[in-house]
Design a protein around this ligand. Structure first.
Ligand code: DGL
Length: 274
């Protein structure tokens, strides 16, 4: 068996840090290798082929760095690339290397959180148009009413730190109320993009008591913990020194500064090329 390695966590940019923060809370002993493809973010409006190529490059990179498990902490990549990677590419790689996403663990849980059984999904165009959430939710909660809204400007606003400017807030408000107006019975709104938790409190303010805003980080982290308890052999291949290393395809100083908005810790990133 190869040496134990960190858990790889991949996102198009900063969003996966909201997932990593929860991993660190629920699995603090493990090591993590985070990769943000900031140079090519956002992925949200890109084609299937491009998202697949970029995601596979990132997964291969993390594998070559010694990760035995990679979490694709990006809904757009999970929606548009993960299935092909799992069903086609992993077969050609070693049998004990695994790649997991964020959509399946979230949809296993979401139905339980709604009283009215009417949920709203906010995501990138890629995630919403793929209907991955609609299809997965049908499997686990067949009686759930699912309404989706694409928010194409939210990731660019968040990546450029303009989400709390007056014009940024106006765009966010318009998309959010558009979702709620499509189905007034929605009582639970899932942030199906890992960037969005950074505006969760603003959205909760807008929703008032009418709907509960759900970030997926805590759900995905709990499911990963359950997964590792059920897959002891995989868990044994993961190193445990409580360390986190951050890689970005863009300027590391910019990454370090912005990353602090997503994680309450100092980040010292390294620039890489994919
Ligand atoms: N954090 C990614 C997601 O969850 C953002 C995708 C993008 O880069 O547009 O979908």
């Amino acid at each position: 068996m190869e040496d134990a390695g960190p858990i790889g966590v991949f996102d198009s940019g900063y969003g996966g840090l909201t997932i990593l923060s929860e991993f660190k809370k629920q699995l603090p002993e493990h090591d993590y290798l985070y990769l943000g493809d900031n140079a090519r973010a956002p992925y949200g409006n890109r084609s299937y082929d491009v998202v697949y190529d970029f995601t596979l490059e990132a997964v291969n990179f993390l594998k070559n760095k010694g990760c035995r498990l990679v979490i694709v902490a990006c809904n757009t990549s999970s929606a548009k690339a993960l299935r092909t990677i799992q069903q086609q590419d992993l077969i050609e790689m070693d049998s004990d290397f695994r790649v997991l996403g964020v959509i399946r663990p979230t949809t296993e849980t979401l139905g339980e959180l709604s009283n009215t059984k009417h949920v709203g999904i906010l995501g990138t165009e890629g995630t919403v148009n793929s209907n991955s959430y609609g299809l997965e939710l049908k499997k686990f909660s067949p009686n759930l009413f699912v309404t989706q809204q694409a928010c194409p400007m939210w990731v660019p606003l968040i990546e450029s730190n303009k989400h709390l400017s007056e014009s940024g807030k106006a765009i966010i408000k318009e998309d959010f109320f558009e979702l709620l107006s499509k189905d007034p019975s929605i009582d639970t709104v899932l942030l199906a993009c890992t960037h969005y938790p950074i505006i969760a409190s603003y959205l909760q303010e807008l929703a008032n008591k009418k709907a509960r805003i759900i970030s997926q980080g805590p759900i995905v982290a709990k499911k990963l913990k359950d997964y590792l308890q059920r897959h002891e052999l995989m868990d044994k291949t993961l190193s445990r020194n409580g360390k986190c290393v951050f890689l970005t395809t863009e300027n590391p100083e910019v990454f370090n500064q912005s990353a602090e908005n997503f994680m309450s810790m100092k980040v010292n990133s390294i620039q890489i090329k994919l």
